[in-house]
Design a protein around this ligand. Structure first.
Ligand code: ARG
Length: 408
């Protein structure tokens, strides 16, 4: 096909899989658009993104850009995720939800740079990721138009899609597709579909690639010290490292000790309950360590109010509202809390567990003289009585009234 200079352009979030390859042709054929494919390197497992680029071009993209987003992902996104100790529904560390806004930011930048009026993605109409891409696009540039080919087309089975691909000259994978749907990045790996769709089925061993089976993990515990500065990990076992490198390293350490596997039923934004398995070794270990340091350094009221903010933040990000005013406001709160989250936490990994065994900080609010039961105790025991009398007063008044009314 010859390139027409007058043709409008679409920027497509491209993964290299069959769906997004078919998207390229679909955008050309059905929407008469030139396609600029964008591949985000976010720490996913791959055997060369150059191959992915070739595949995009072979599928008809006029251009394919591979963008290494890892530094930004670690420093702008995963710092905030850690500040929020973010766990959707108290369990899921938001792996995919964190990468979507970052990828979208690049899609929008590239649309601006190339004069593209359209942005396209390969998500289905049933998941959260479509919401995240589209909400982020609307927040960053409400004038851009969105196309979601997978929601448009009628290629309901994989066979129908393969047939359409073959008819349109797209290279069809010859190897049998993995029965699972997988999304992965620095913060972990999400696995769904196949036998996992029955919530009673035990997850098969072959779904895991980042973590070893806890039963097969080393018999000796592994101990590691994580040092934080203002809430951000800066060293492992005293060795200074970038946060990005620390995440890679923690994935390795926790993974080889069988820590970080999750098997969940999760409530999607679109109203569906789904069975999701995750492996999030580094993310969960860092969140554990970070929480332990906050326990030591955050004042009680701040810590308590922060718990509610953490949940709000996780919900906003899960729901695709990364670039939204409320999310920005919660970011500001969380950032303020991190100023003195500086110190070191000791973690002990052993056969699928990760335990905090020590924490220290120059900003520690733990006061030995107040806490000790030994002779050095400076706590004013006598003051406790008056404190409790006033603390309990409203409850006492209430209890007295109920007893009187009951004729006691
Ligand atoms: N349920 C998770 C989320 O909504 C993960 C989705 C990832 N996609 C996948 N193909 N497994 O964030």
């Amino acid at each position: 096909m010859t390139e027409n200079a007058q043709r409008e352009k679409a920027v497509l979030a491209y993964s290299g899989g069959l769906d997004t390859s078919v998207c390229i042709k679909w955008l050309q054929e059905k929407h008469d658009l030139d396609v600029i494919a964008v591949v985000g390197e976010v720490g996913q497992d791959h055997d060369g993104l150059e191959k992915v680029k070739e595949r995009a071009l072979a599928s008809g993209a006029v251009e394919c850009r591979v963008v290494d987003m890892r530094d930004d992902f670690a420093n702008e996104y995963l710092t905030k995720a850690l500040a929020a100790n973010s766990l959707y529904e108290n369990k899921y560390p938001l792996v995919s939800a964190l990468s979507r806004p970052l990828i979208t930011k690049h899609l929008v930048d590239i649309a601006h740079e190339t004069g593209a009026k359209y942005i396209a993605h390969g998500c289905t109409g049933k998941g959260n990721d479509q919401v995240r891409f589209e909400t982020s696009i609307m927040a960053l540039d409400p004038t851009l138009e969105i196309i979601a080919p997978v929601r448009e087309w009628d290629l309901n089975s994989r066979d129908a899609e393969m047939a359409w691909a073959a008819e349109h000259g797209i290279e069809v994978p010859t190897t049998k597709k993995s029965p699972y749907s997988i999304d992965d990045n620095l913060w972990g790996r999400a696995i769904e579909c196949g036998v996992l769709e029955d919530p009673w089925n035990q997850p098969p061993d072959d779904i895991y690639t980042m973590t070893d089976d806890p039963q097969a993990a080393p018999d000796e515990p592994e101990v590691v010290e994580v040092t934080f500065e203002a809430g951000v990990p800066v060293a492992l076992d005293g060795e200074k490292m970038s946060y990005l490198d620390i995440i890679y390293k923690m994935n390795e350490i926790a993974g080889r000790n069988g820590f970080g596997r999750l098997d969940l039923i999760e409530n999607r934004l679109v109203g569906v309950k789904s069975r999701e398995c995750y492996e999030v070794p580094g993310a969960l270990a860092l969140i554990e360590a970070h929480k332990a340091l906050e326990d030591l350094t955050l004042e009680r009221d701040v810590l308590h109010h922060k718990l509610a903010m953490e949940q709000l933040w996780a919900n906003l990000v899960y729901d695709g509202l990364w670039f939204s005013p409320l999310k920005y406001a919660v970011d500001a709160f969380l950032e303020n809390t991190q100023q003195y989250v500086t110190g070191t936490v000791r973690l002990r990994f052993y056969k699928g567990t990760c335990t905090v065994t020590g924490r220290k900080s120059d900003y520690s609010l733990y006061n030995y003289k107040l806490a000790t039961y030994d002779a050095e105790d400076t706590f004013d025991h006598a003051a406790a009585k008056g404190f409790i009398d006033l603390h309990a007063l409203p409850t006492k008044v209430w209890a007295t009234n109920r007893r009187e009314q009951a004729g006691e």
